[in-house]
Design a protein around this ligand. Sequence first.
Ligand code: ADP
Ligand code: MG
Length: 269
Amino acid sequence: TSAAQARPTPRVIALANQKGGVGKTTTTINLGTALAAIGKRVLIIDNDPQGNASTGLGISQSDRGIGIYDLLFGDSRLEEVTVPTDVPNLSLVTASVELSGAEVELVNVERREYRLKDALARSHGGYDYILIDCPPALGLLTLNALAAADAVLVPLQCEFYALEGLSHLVRTIERVKRAFNPALDIQGVVLTMFDRRNNLSDMVAADVRGFFGDKVFETVIPRNVRVSEAPSHGKPVLLYDYRSAGAQAYIHLAGEVLKRERKRQLAYG
Ligand code: ADP
Ligand code: MG
């Protein structure tokens, strides 16, 4: 085995919710950046054909040659498809345009739910954390992420329809556990785009906490214009405006994730 393979195995976290626009990509980028800033070695895998995580980290369409498509359909090793980012300690596997065909192409390949898991078993790069940004669907790309992951992190937007579709997601996670990945765990639920001036946000938050209990992170990500501006500069909000409420919230979230990790390690060794 290589030196990288001899390093501790990464904690693999899939960021999933079949709803679009709930903050999956934003949370992947900024949680990843905050963990990297604390000194963790982090890899983000852009598993969405839209490639928003790649764009948000400043990798333009034309710079996306080899990427996750090659992990899923070839026998590429992780280090061959990984690119550095402007954030120290943070690397990226990009999504290229071919990925838009993957959902259909995967149907006929062997071990179609396990392509990503098999790729990470070939080589995991010795990262501390691998964050997988999922597309807004529960198709084969998301299934690959859930089969490869140790845990799912669910970003949830505080809006009226937030809870709708959630039971579908929970059932999917249960089904994946039974069929493909018995060890899959819910890492947590993070409330995003929270608007303090809106009573509805508070009501939705209370409902979600009622449903998921302490799986819901105490940290709530506020709606913050700096967060939405950052991707057009190809930067995480932590680099774009470190002092913004959004950046600070993601730093808190990273702290909470690490706290949960320490608890888990104490409990299970
Ligand atoms: P998803 O990946 O789930 O589709 P995104 O992370 O792309 O969702 O977020 C959807 C949109 O909302 C993006 O334009 C993003 O910039 C914006 N956004 C996400 N989080 C915030 C926030 N905390 N404050 C303001 N805008 C946000
Ligand atoms: Mg996205």
